[in-house]
Design a protein around this ligand. Structure first.
Ligand SMILES: *[C@@H]1O[C@H](CO)[C@@H](O)[C@H](O)[C@H]1NC(C)=O
Length: 238
């Protein structure tokens, strides 16, 4: 009797539990898949006092977002193939030209979702920036690959720009939230630098101090005026 009561109670508890969902439900997927990694927003600074990407080598997972932050100058994020550096890859990512000028208090960004774990080769298409080494590799297979791509870029003679922004979203963030300090503001109203100061009176001293050594070799020359004309020239000049 007591056993019957217990088993009846057990049946009641089990039937009261939520029914398991269908085999292909989302709930089942969450239970059986490994825990999902949290997507990250990874900042990369484009330009500044130098034409660079900082860092120029980034490892990111599919689903992460690379937040390119445009510092001083006028730069792009442009995708090339591994072999044809400084040339926009057809169908590749392109941010368009995004400037940062003195006294700006916000920063232009280009938020690029990472859609592949394969290496991705990126450059700035403005002027000679790519030839100067303004390139980076996303998910490089090695440090050597970053070196090789940079060297290849420096060996090109011109860049081929993209036309329409694609592969990301342009936005703006506050300068105070940016991953860089802007280059010092160039003050156009600043006075010109002071004139060069007059040469110090003791400027002749080094010559005088070296005189003793010379004197031992040429006593006659040392005894003459403070600015002797070398013997070789006196004959020519007279
Ligand atoms: C940035 O560079 C592009 C290409 O050279 C040019 O068309 C654009 O006017 C520049 N923008 C600024 C704000 O200098």
């Amino acid at each position: 009797m007591r056993l019957l009561l217990v088993s009846t109670a057990l049946v009641a508890v089990v039937t009261a539990l939520p029914k398991p969902k269908a085999a292909h439900s989302q709930e089942r997927d969450i239970i059986y898949r490994p825990a999902k990694r949290q997507a990250k927003v990874i900042p990369v600074v484009v330009g500044g006092p130098q034409d660079t990407f900082v860092p120029n080598s980034v490892t990111a997972a599919v689903g992460d977002i690379i937040q390119f932050q445009f510092a001083n100058g006028n730069h792009t994020v442009s995708q090339s193939s591994a072999d044809i550096a400084c040339t926009q890859l057809e169908g590749g990512v392109y941010s368009g030209h995004i400037p940062f000028v003195d006294a700006q208090t916000d920063v232009g960004t280009f938020n690029m979702p990472v859609t592949t774990a394969e290496p991705m080769f990126l450059f700035c298409a403005t002027g000679p920036h790519c030839q100067e080494g303004q390139v980076m590799v996303l998910n490089p297979t090695s440090g050597q690959q970053v070196l090789d791509y940079t060297k290849l870029s420096q060996a090109t003679t011109k860049s081929v720009d993209g036309t329409t922004a694609v592969g990301g979203t342009a936005a703006r963030i506050a300068l105070t939230a940016a991953a860089f300090s802007p280059a010092p503001v160039q003050d156009a109203a600043a006075p010109p630098p002071a004139e060069a100061p007059p040469a110090p009176a003791e400027s002749a001293a080094p010559a005088a101090s070296s005189a003793p050594a010379a004197a031992s070799d040429a006593p006659a020359a040392a005894a003459s005026s403070a600015a002797p004309i070398p013997a070789v020239l006196t004959g020519i000049l007279s």
